[in-house]
Design a protein around this ligand. Structure first.
Ligand SMILES: C[S@@+](CC[C@H](N)C(=O)[O-])C[C@H]1O[C@@H](n2cnc3c(N)ncnc32)[C@H](O)[C@@H]1O
Length: 255
């Protein structure tokens, strides 16, 4: 490790002790949830329902893991599918530069597979018309339906480096079922990222019209899943560096 990286790592490890910074970040998370801050952004023209900090963290993970398949539950407007596809396109471009091989983007085997219970027509049309579309496949159905899980597992068979992202229904029961179904597809050294674990840390009044809230959310599901799955560990360095994230305890690394 070079001295610059060593300093970065040391600074990140010390972040949780910086009370002013962590309290300010926590206050920002509390203040930004109800105004729907996460809905303010787009990636290559498609709305992406994420905090910019988590998008940067995903960029770092994709560069580190170099996945050939990204599985994501929860498509919404498709911004995160397009983001993930664009990151895979960059991996392909870097590989082409390194190997000197020419590459037809439409022939790339690197893919993103999205699952959503309700892919609205205008969203599907826009995703299918996007320049990144050749890298994107979508399945409509509940991510916990056996026939959907079977289709995802079938597609995953041909891939070696798989990254899994869970961002659909945020109840404990649903996320736990998603973890049981999809976390095992995560390759060693790769991640299963479970979004919206932040719900556990926010007041119940912030989710008046949602079936999830403190005590029943992705973080409680992650904790239960990890109690029986020592092959996964929470990569705390990611939440320590981000400070502002919807996924505290949600960046799960497969050992
Ligand atoms: C938070 S949004 C996803 C945001 C998206 N990942 C992004 O970053 O832009 C949640 C999505 O989950 C979908 N959803 C809800 N219940 C689901 C289920 N049982 N199975 C699959 N998708 C579901 C909703 O239709 C909605 O589009």
């Amino acid at each position: 490790m070079n001295s610059f990286q060593k300093e970065v790592d040391e600074r990140i490890s010390a972040m949780p002790e910086n009370k002013e910074l962590t309290e300010t970040a926590d206050a920002f998370m509390r203040a930004s949830t109800m105004p729907k801050y996460s809905y303010n952004f787009a990636w290559q023209g498609r709305p992406i329902i994420q905090y910019p900090q988590d998008i940067v963290a995903m960029q770092e993970l994709i560069w580190e893991v170099k996945p050939d398949l990204i599985i994501e539950t929860g498509i919404a407007h498709g911004g995160s599918l397009v983001f993930n596809a664009s990151m895979l396109a960059m991996l392909d471009m870097c590989e082409a530069i390194e190997t000197g091989k020419t590459l037809d983007p439409k022939q790339s085997t690197r893919k993103v597979l999205g699952v959503d219970i309700d892919i609205r027509k205008h969203n599907r049309d826009a995703i299918e018309a996007h320049p990144m579309a050749s890298r994107i496949q979508m399945i409509q159905g509940s991510s916990t339906a056996p026939e959907v899980i079977d289709q995802v597992k079938e597609m995953a068979k041909g891939y070696k480096h798989i990254l899994v992202l869970l961002d659909s229904n945020h109840t404990h029961e649903h996320v736990l079922a998603e973890l049981e179904a999809y976390a095992p597809l995560t390759s060693k050294g790769s991640y299963c990222v479970t979004f919206d674990t932040i719900v556990e840390d926010l007041p119940a009044e912030m989710f008046p019209d949602r079936p999830w809230g403190p005590g029943d959310n992705p973080k409680t599901a992650v904790w239960e899943y990890l109690s029986n799955h020592p092959e996964f560990e929470i990569d705390k360095s990611i939440q320590h560096k981000l400070l502002i994230t919807v996924a505290p305890d949600g960046y799960l690394r497969r050992r």
